[in-house]
Design a protein around this ligand. Structure first.
Ligand code: SF4
Ligand code: SF4
Length: 300
């Protein structure tokens, strides 16, 4: 079983478009939308929900006014100013540290885990999908990503599937670490700008730290070929595989609007490039070797 996580330094780089197309091209796979703070893969690959589970996030303090003596100890100890003058906990401000619970002299504070989202196992036209809906302003998305990946692995094992395709979150925060740790490989979707290069470096350093083999792909490479060359040069210098480049193509947006994976919508230049990127990624995940496919695409 091979688990591929597709990530990017920031949102809007085409990560979900690439993921949806890979989900269409890969055989025998489980799809995971691990971008739980801004899940949108379901817009392109419509799910039919088969199973729904609550997601238990962190603990939260709740003062029982019947037991509270209003001694003020909890307010004094709370470093997050989450407790009001009349001893009510602000649920959004509470970080669940448990300090107030520990110091309350009369055990007047409940400290239960809160349900802060739902996760789902769905059928799609492209195979099983594991995805989630996190409540507004809820934290612990890293833990939720781990839950989704674990479930996807269980399904893949049960069905004997070869692939897990994970649409990872942007950035390098906790949910990204959760979506990359232990993966078979990551594909970083970049854009040909200075910030794209900067983001690629940060994400590559994270992947190297987590010892996960990393590949790079430049989307819309032809809007700034010089910067694309710099990104590819950086990748080669840092032992990243270059899985390919994708040209700017209006079909990419049109496919999203039509709620379809690009490769199912178009046979234009971007769709053809994504097919080529997928072949390189698939080969890399099997061999972990290097290829110079992107240079061939740029010079052809
Ligand atoms: S520490 Fe306990 S008893 Fe004192 S104010 Fe807080 S909740 Fe009430
Ligand atoms: S659990 Fe921590 S953050 Fe929440 S109210 Fe108590 S002391 Fe403040």
């Amino acid at each position: 079983m091979k688990e591929l996580t597709i990530i990017s330094g920031k949102g809007g780089t085409g990560k979900t478009s690439v993921t949806a197309s890979f989900a269409s091209l890969a055989q025998h796979k489980v799809i995971v939308d691990a971008d739980v703070d801004a899940a949108d893969l379901h817009l392109v690959i419509p799910p039919e929900i088969r199973r729904q589970e609550p997601f238990q996030g962190g603990h939260i303090a709740e003062i029982d006014p019947g037991r509270c003596t209003q001694c003020g100890e909890c307010r004094l100890r709370c470093r997050f100013d989450a407790i009001s003058e009349d001893f009510v906990v602000d649920r959004l401000a509470c970080e669940g540290c448990g300090v107030c619970v520990y110091f309350c002299p009369v055990q007047a504070i409940d400290f239960s885990r809160q349900v802060c989202g739902q996760w789902f196992v769905s059928d799609t036209g492209r195979g099983p999908m594991v995805h989630a809906r996190l409540g507004i302003a809820q934290e612990n998305s890293g833990l939720l990503v781990s839950v989704l990946r674990k479930e996807a692995r269980a399904i893949a094992e049960q069905k004997g599937y070869e692939w897990i395709i994970v649409d990872g979150p942007p950035g390098i925060g906790c949910p990204v670490i959760s979506s990359v740790t232990g993966a078979g490989g990551v594909l970083v979707i970049s854009e040909p700008t200075m910030s794209g290069l900067h983001d690629l470096k940060r994400v590559n350093e994270l992947a190297a730290f987590l010892r996960v083999p990393a590949m790079a792909c430049v989307n819309k490479y032809d809007i700034n070929p010089d910067m694309s060359d710099r990104i590819i040069a950086y990748a080669w210098d840092h032992k990243m595989e270059v899985a390919g480049v994708i040209p700017y193509d209006r079909d990419m947006t049109a496919a999203m609007v039509a709620r379809k994976a690009l490769v199912d919508f178009s046979d234009g230049p971007a769709a053809r490039a994504i097919r080529s990127v997928w072949e390189n990624v698939r080969d890399f995940m099997k061999t972990r070797g290097h290829s110079k496919s992107a240079l061939k695409i740029i010079s052809s």
